[in-house]
Write a protein that binds this ligand. Structure first.
Ligand code: NAP
Length: 492
């Protein structure tokens, strides 16, 4: 098929891109290309495969609502099962033939005369399609810290998103920078085999116990035979996750005591795991629970009581060929340096590729000059036939799949109307977008990020007065996504 015949180009073959492709197919569009810079599908669950990786939201909730997986081995499935689930979805919904791997998209530009998106790939090739959907995820640009000397380290240097499965920490002196969710999962695993492990913590993280257990075979068989049973459990885990985010984050203004209780639970967990008072103090955050992504783990705190594991809280001054020097002049020799330093979200990912809409409007520039904003978490004025999935104000509920459910409902209504009218283009109006942004902005003051004590958290969930989290309940977000006024779009 010539690319001039494409209905849609989707950038990203993770759960976001696959969900968008499934929805487009349901709306009657079959000529789709899904482009991904990796050599396989699955997005974050293909790229991340460090030891200890597991989903920390119940797996019954962390999957497409229309494609329950009766096979999850645990309440919180290990990462490899998420990748296998992604493969299953791609096969079942016949998406693989639409995918093109090792394909990096440089940018996209709206061609007003042709009413098509012109997409440029690294290497210079161009493609075109009526619709462009960027599904590049929130956490897809690994952050390599600009610590002096990092590139001159002569031992094994690895970012957690570029893990080498053949690497063994046995007999090695390992240093790890970062104590985010990834590090919390990885540190106990590294400690199990390394000779010495030094953890460089800049900001402590709240950790609460993880309720996890294997799902017995009989239950899995019951899930397979009676999907309603699994749906019922999903309802429970959805509700549990929703209560967590809507109290601790979205409605903090009224539910502050919940954050206090959660912080107390974390402190009790720390107290039960660590006897050393000084160490406990070092591991205790000075910002409110909820400012950073909540972390669930039963082994993390205890790991610091092992004789070969050391928490280093002095800042890093520089990295030398064979070790790390802290600002107080002490040097720790390591032969492996793990960068659990997360992802660059606001700078490198909003947007992940250059997108130029009508009248030369550049998305990245426009967002920075007019504040980060997206109508219903997907649409931006002057960008016809374009949806950006992992957007500011898009993340809703506790699970990426809840966000996807909202966005697929939005697509269903939007593309349904476009087809009904026989239209060529859709575009959210400036007025509707401004109205939506104003409504979201008014609710920001209820969120923990802006009302709580989050100054010391260095959370990537918000920046300035913008956030990736939609200040709304899951139910409301779902309702709005399937009932937004069609007059908020102009169709041509
Ligand atoms: P992260 O939460 O951004 O944590 C990065 C860590 O690196 C932080 O502790 C940060 O310290 C530290 N760091 C960054 N640059 C540094 C520097 N120059 N010097 C010293 N320390 C530095 O990243 P992440 O742990 O990879 O997690 C990202 C997200 O992935 C999570 O929030 C979560 O949404 C997702 N995730 C999910 C799961 C799951 O099970 N579902 C598992 C893993 C990750 P500061 O805090 O001081 O900046």
């Amino acid at each position: 098929m010539s690319t001039d015949e494409l209905d849609a180009i989707i950038v990203g073959a993770g759960f976001g891109g696959m969900g968008a492709a499934i929805q487009l197919k349901r709306c009657g569009y079959e000529r789709i290309a899904i482009l991904d810079r990796e050599d396989d599908l699955g997005g974050t669950w293909y790229v991340n495969h460090y030891p200890g990786l597991a989903v920390d939201i119940p797996s019954t909730t962390y999957c497409y609502w229309f494609e329950p997986n009766p096979g999850w081995s645990r309440l919180h499935a290990p990462g490899a099962e998420l990748k296998a689930y992604a493969d299953h979805v791609a096969d079942k919904y016949d998406l693989r033939r639409l995918m093109r791997f090792d394909t990096t998209v440089d940018g996209a530009r709206w061609d007003e005369d042709a009413e098509r998106w012109r997409v440029t790939l690294a290497g210079g090739e161009t493609m075109s399609a009526r619709f462009l959907i960027t599904a590049t995820g929130y956490l897809s640009q690994p952050r390599i810290p600009d610590i002096p000397g990092v590139s001159g380290f002569e031992g094994t240097l690895v970012h957690t998103a570029q893990w080498d499965d053949d690497y063994r920490a046995d007999g090695r002196r390992v240093g790890i920078i970062g104590t985010g969710v990834t590090a919390v999962q990885l540190i106990p695993e590294l400690a199990a085999t390394a000779t010495a492990l030094t953890v460089y913590q800049r900001t402590p993280i709240w950790v609460v116990p993880k309720v996890d257990f294997p799902i017995p075979g009989a239950v899995r068989r019951a899930f397979a035979r009676h999907p309603a049973f699994q749906r019922l459990l999903r309802w429970v885990t959805d509700a549990f996750s929703e209560v967590g985010i809507s109290t601790a984050v979205v409605n903090y203004r009224w539910t502050r005591p919940v954050n206090r209780v959660a912080a107390r639970v974390s402190k009790l967990h720390l107290f039960a795991s660590v006897r050393d008072k000084r160490l406990r103090a070092q591991l205790t955050p000075s910002y409110e629970f909820g400012c950073k992504r909540t972390t669930f783990n039963n082994d993390y705190y205890r790991t610091f009581t092992r004789p070969h594991v050391r928490l280093e809280t002095a800042g890093i001054d520089r990295i030398e060929a064979d070790g790390i020097v802290t600002t107080d002049g002490r040097k720790t020799r390591v032969d492996t340096l793990v960068l659990a330093t997360g992802f660059d979200l606001w700078e490198a990912n909003f947007p992940a590729i250059e997108v130029v809409g009508r009248d030369g409007r550049n998305l990245g520039k426009w967002w920075r000059e007019n504040k980060f904003q997206t109508y219903d978490g997907v649409a931006i004025p002057s960008f016809p036939n374009f949806l950006n999935l992992a957007s500011p104000y898009a993340f809703t509920g506790a699970s990426y799949f809840t966000m996807m459910e909202c966005q697929m409902r939005h697509m269903d209504r939007l593309f349904g109307e476009l087809r009904r009218r026989g239209g060529a283009t859709f575009e959210v109006t400036e007025e509707a977008s401004a109205r939506y942004f104003e409504r979201m902005s008014k609710r920001l003051g209820n969120m923990v990020y802006f009302r709580g004590n989050c100054a010391a958290s260095r959370s990537y969930h918000f920046r300035g007065d913008a956030t990736i989290v939609r200040p709304s309940s899951r139910g409301r977000a779902l309702r709005e996504s399937s009932r937004f006024p069609l007059g908020d779009y102009s169709f041509r």
